[in-house]
Design a protein around this ligand. Structure first.
Ligand code: MN
Length: 156
């Protein structure tokens, strides 16, 4: 199942994070978590099927070291991380010391998105959040297995 990796990294008796549960339907939501872990980063998460053609709805997740881009044409590195359960969309709080991702997690932005296009290498969306609004694209790079770039695009 899509959340094996998520499960294997966490001890649910110790972390307040949601348990691994896949859902069948997406409501087209996104969230950005501000994660004060060892290194501050932002986690960008889209509620969608784990893979193209999959029935398992999860939060596809990327860690964005410098935060999502706000300006047109600005490119930000986004490192794909393990799928997270949809319940994570409302999660905020403190992951205890010694646990995976230890540190404070805040919701930096959330809202709905429209999916314009999805391939294994590219995801194009329109975000309707409070801070993030407009057309965005995530593009897989050739640099390393999990590295993507997140960019804000001009409206068509
Ligand atoms: Mn994180």
């Amino acid at each position: 199942m899509a959340l094996e990796k998520y499960k294997s990294k966490r001890q649910f008796t110790k972390t307040p994070e949601p348990r691994a549960k896949v859902l069948k339907k997406s409501f087209g939501r996104f969230v950005v978590h501000e994660h004060h872990a060892r290194n501050l980063h932002w986690d960008f998460r889209l509620e969608m099927e784990s893979g193209i053609g999959s029935q398992e709805v999860v939060l596809k997740s990327w860690a964005v070291p410098k935060g999502p881009p706000l300006k047109f044409g600005e490119k930000r590195l986004a490192v794909a991380v393990e799928d997270h359960p949809v319940d994570y969309i409302n999660f905020h709080g403190k992951i205890p010391e010694g646990e995976y991702g230890a540190g404070t997690v805040k919701i930096w932005d959330k809202g709905k998105f429209e999916l314009l296009n999805r391939t294994t290498k590219e995801i194009e969306i329109i975000l309707h959040g409070n801070k993030l609004r407009g057309r965005y694209v995530l593009v897989k790079t050739g640099f390393s297995k999990n590295s993507w770039l997140m960019m804000r695009l001009k409206e068509k």
